[in-house]
Design a protein around this ligand. Structure first.
Ligand code: SF4
Ligand code: SF4
Length: 472
């Protein structure tokens, strides 16, 4: 039986409820009175539940679909302004005991190069990332209790936070590792992680079990209930995501929102972020064998509807997507993007030799960070390297209440300008610097509170003098 407050995966992600939701959405996809009512509710910025959002997803009437896009753009502007937070993934190890059929790190892949970074190699990789200008990382590792035990992950986090190279520093480490125990989540919390990210891959239990035929990840309930254990372990900020293309997108969309509703019902705070990866070509993986691939149009509609349904949840898109797709969905609600990513183990400090390929997937957007930063600015956005909230203890429900009241903007905007200024001073090309300086000057006028503007201007001057790491 469906119960969003239950701690059992089969009750808070009830298959029957998703099936009933999809049937309801199909029945009502031309019920324009209901659709207009849902759109009016969405306009209040309080979000939508999975049934309401699924009706909008099913609706194909062009003027209403156009309204969904416009509303997503408006909500994006209202809550996230024109800022885009930057991050990079760092792959620690691709040893993995699981059998996920869509990932080249699956255990049976005998020809992919298996690598695990030593602490010395981490220093090199992180130094290279700092030299690009990155301040925020997402750590990635396969599941392997022998090669990648929790102690290894903790040691890596400790090493990363200690590396201070020139003016560089990694100020926020998010972690994307396999579902684990409350005790291990507590250790990650103590190590000072930002967000714990775990993709559900698919919410469809039967498909999930087929797609994960072997290894501990086969256990659907253990995987699906991981965020509850993470929160029990004290991690306030968790990041959800599905791998679009594995199952029917309408099913995944309803499941994703039900998961968000569950976290809110049980822990009083929804997901901090939602990632929207689509399955991509990789070593021994051909994405065309998965018959649920989605077009760029449907992908854009999903992004817009996630924005409308959970306005306070950050949305993340990676370099899996091309520049063109990224341009489209950034407008519709994406708030964080990766730049200049390597999806191999190692590769930031030295290019990986071709015969030693350890990539998890092909990267579509291969531009440098400087190019991505410039492109964002030319396109009207402020690239932000801000990591302030978690360092100021603004996490979980504290963060959400600031977000819901709109007060967080008083921090986000000046923080974006100050961290961009650091980037321009320390890492940008001349051309990027020129565009960035003009942007900062123009954007200072958009800080509404005079006092905040003055403090920000003062900090910008101090950054020019060589002082770093100011934050609101
Ligand atoms: S998706 Fe994760 S758990 Fe599955 S094979 Fe790849 S690295 Fe391992
Ligand atoms: S102030 Fe907080 S919410 Fe805003 S960009 Fe910085 S870390 Fe994110």
């Amino acid at each position: 039986m469906y119960n969003k407050a239950s701690l059992r995966a089969d009750e808070f992600i009830s298959h029957e409820e998703i099936t009933a939701t999809l049937a309801y959405a199909e029945e009502n996809k031309e019920n324009f009175a209901l659709i207009d009512e849902i759109l009016a509710k969405a306009e209040l910025c309080k979000g939508l539940d999975h049934r309401e959002a699924s009706v909008l997803l099913a609706c194909e009437e062009p003027t209403r679909v156009a309204r969904m896009y416009t509303m997503a753009e408006e909500l994006k502007k209202k809550f996230y302004g024109n800022r885009i937070v930057m991050f990079a993934p760092l792959y620690l190890s691709n040893y993995c005991v699981n059998g996920c059929v869509y990932c080249p790190y699956h255990m049976k892949n005998k020809h992919i190069a298996r690598k695990k970074l030593t602490q010395e190699e981490i220093v090199k990789e992180v130094t290279a990332l700092q030299d690009m200008g990155h301040k925020r990382l997402a750590l990635e590792a396969g599941e392997d209790p022998v090669n990648n035990p929790i102690e290894y992950i903790l040691e890596c986090i400790d090493t990363i936070y200690r590396i201070k190279h020139k003016n560089g520093a990694i100020r926020r480490v998010n972690v994307n590792i396999a579902a684990t125990t409350v005790e291990n989540y507590r250790k990650l919390k103590e190590a000072g992680i930002g967000t714990y990210i775990l993709f559900q891959e698919t919410y469809h239990k039967e498909s999930y079990e087929k797609l994960h035929p072997t290894g501990p990840k086969h256990d659907y309930a253990y995987h699906t209930e991981a965020m509850d254990r993470a929160m029990e372990g004290g991690i306030d900020d968790v990041g959800l995501g599905v791998l679009f293309g594995l199952e029917l997108y309408k099913y995944e969309f309803a499941g994703l929102l039900m998961h968000a509703e569950h976290l809110e019902a049980v822990h009083g705070v929804g997901p901090h972020t939602i990632s929207v990866p689509r399955i991509k070509r990789a070593d021994d993986i051909d994405p065309t064998v998965f018959d649920n691939g989605i077009s760029d149009e449907i992908f854009a509609k999903l992004c817009a509807l996630i924005r409308i349904s959970v306005p306070y949840t950050g949305m993340i898109i990676s370099t899996r997507e091309s520049k063109e797709v990224r341009e489209k969905v950034i407008r519709l609600g994406v708030s964080q993007i990766s730049g200049a990513s390597k999806t191999s183990v190692g590769g930031y400090s030295e290019p990986e030799p071709e015969e030693e390929n350890s990539e998890q997937f092909d990267v579509s957007d291969k531009r440098t960070l400087d190019e991505v930063v410039r492109w964002l600015m030319e396109f009207g956005y402020i690239p932000s390297f801000c990591t302030a909230c978690y360092r100021e203890g603004r996490t979980g429900d504290r963060f959400m209440s600031l977000c819901k009241s709109g007060q967080i903007q008083n921090c986000c905007h000046p923080n974006a300008l100050m961290t961009l200024k650091e980037y321009l001073m320390d890492y940008a090309s001349e051309e990027t610097k020129k565009i960035g300086e003009a942007l900062i000057q123009a954007e200072l006028n958009n800080i509404p509170k005079e006092k905040v503007r003055e403090v920000c201007e003062d900090h910008l001057k101090k950054i020019e003098e060589g002082i770093r790491d100011f934050r609101f």
